[in-house]
Structure formats: C-alpha cells, structure tokens
Design a protein around this ligand. Structure first.
Ligand code: SAH
Length: 257
C-alpha cells in the first residue's frame, strides 16, 4: 500500500513513520510511505509556502501554488485528504476502510490552515483526528498512518489481535493480564488461570460488555444496545443487571481502571 504525505516538515513525518511497526512494514515492502517536502516546490528565494490572509486577521495561510505543484509532481494515490479539524473524524471503521484500499494521500496544513482552493480544487476530502486544534497536520498524519498501517494485511504479527481489539465489534476490549499472577497483593482473575477456554471466552466477552457500558455508553447505544444473549451473559458471568443499576458516564471515576 502506498501512502503519500505532503508537509513542510518531512523529517518529522519520516522519523515517526520510520520506527517500530511502520518502519518494519516499510522495510518488508508492505507499506510504501512517500513524504514530499512542499518547500521543494516554491519558486522564491525564501521558499515561502504561506502568505497573509485576504480580508485581514491574525496569522498566515498556506498559499496554493507550492501545494498544487508538489501534488502534481508526485501524482499521489487518491483520495488525497487534507488534514484539518473540520474533516470527517477518523475512527476504527474508517481506518479499516482505508487499510482495505490500494492507498491514499495526506496533506498537512500549518499556520492558520490552507487556502480554501486547495481544499476544494485539489483535495478529495478532509480528515480530522479529533475535536481539538493542533499546530500542524504532521502529528495527525502519523496518527492516520499508524491506525491504518497496522491493519494492512501482514503488518501486525498476530492478525487475530485486530479482530479482538477495541472497536472490532463496537465494544472496548476486555482487560488483559500477564505474569506475575500476583503483584503487590493484586491477583489476576482466577478464571484466566483456569485453563477452561470456554469459561475464559465467556468472561472476556462479559468484561468487554461491562467495560463498554461503564465507560462508553455511546458505543453501546450505537450498536443498538445488547442482545438477550449478552444480557444473560452479563448476569451469569458478572452478576450485573442490564440496563445498569447505577448511572454510567465518562466522568473521571469511570476512566479509572
Ligand atoms: N485555523 C484552523 C486550524 C489550523 S491548525 C481552524 O480553526 O480550523 C493548522 C493545521 O493543523 C491544519 O491546517 C491541519 O492540517 C492541522 N490540524 C489541526 N487540528 C487538526 C485536527 N484536529 N485533525 C487533523 N489535522 C489538524
């Protein structure tokens, strides 16, 4: 899969994409990340990519010419997404969608953002990584690269982990434990040491349901609540009622593990 990134900080993106899982995926030829320096397509001595906004106001805006020139020279895989807080919010479903395709491209803004003609006449859509404002699109590009890259077939050593992790079926993942079985007086749940795989699977499923109900009721609502079988599982494995007896929410206490 080829992913092109356009930026004025190519070293930042290359460094982030060159380590660990993404770096290995590139070495193995599973991912082809091409980072393009927008400044290479400037024509003035200062290599400027920005200018002051028409209509006045604070800050600078990225000017169209270098961006159009860089994209035209690279002929990158489409869709080309502009990174920006106003775009479609990245989630696991979109990451899966992008990982299943042949490739895509990302344009990183800086300053106050880009001239709108870049968004409307060059890019195919806009992508946001969340409702907050970054100083530039580079860290957002790395988030997209990592969320998508790890789902590209072969990139993750254990493909099964993608099927069981958070959001795979609209739920958060069950808690995980490793050795030692007892740590500072805290024991690993007995069921996980029982060797009874059927019991372990039921407990994990029940814990995934309970955690999601507690921490992310919005995810439960989005999947249309629980099935009768899931309600029964919660009751039999954990003794929990559904709907929950106490109010759920995302307050600080619900984030504690
Ligand atoms: N003035 C703009 C914000 C510009 S931030 C506004 O109010 O909407 C500068 C650049 O950072 C943007 O062009 C974009 O590429 C990147 N960026 C900022 N927040 C982002 C987010 N939540 N998701 C993706 N990219 C973001």
């Amino acid at each position: 899969m080829r992913i092109d990134v356009f930026t004025i900080f190519p070293a930042l993106v290359r460094a982030g994409a060159g380590e660990s899982l993404l770096g290995k995926a590139q070495e193995r030829g599973l991912l082809d990340v091409r980072v393009h320096d927008l400044r290479e397509h400037t024509t003035d001595v200062h290599r400027s990519v920005d200018d002051s906004p028409f209509g006045g106001g604070a800050g600078m805006v990225m000017t169209p010419a270098p961006v159009f020139a860089a994209v035209e020279a690279a002929d990158p895989p489409r869709p080309l997404f502009l990174l920006g807080p106003g775009g479609r919010r990245l989630d696991q479903a979109l990451a899966r969608e992008l990982a299943a395709g042949p490739g895509f491209s990302l344009l990183c803004g800086r300053y106050e953002g880009v001239d709108d003609r870049i968004a409307t006449h060059l890019c195919d859509g806009e992508l946001s990584i969340g409702d907050y404002v970054l100083a530039g699109g580079e860290s957002a590009a790395l988030v997209v690269l990592e969320a998508v890259g790890r789902l590209v077939p072969g990139v993750m050593g254990n493909q099964a982990s993608a099927d069981e992790e958070s959001f795979a079926d609209g739920l958060l993942e069950h808690p995980q434990y490793t050795r030692p079985a007892e740590f500072r007086g805290h024991d690993v749940p007995e069921v996980l040491r029982s060797g009874d795989h059927g019991r372990i699977a039921r407990w994990r499923r029940a814990m995934a349901l309970a955690r999601t109900i507690e921490r992310r009721p919005d995810l439960v609502a989005a999947r249309g609540g629980l099935t009768d079988e899931e309600v029964a599982l919660l009751a039999s494995e954990l003794g929990l009622p559904y709907p929950p007896a106490s109010p759920t929410g995302t307050g600080p206490e619900s984030l504690q593990t």
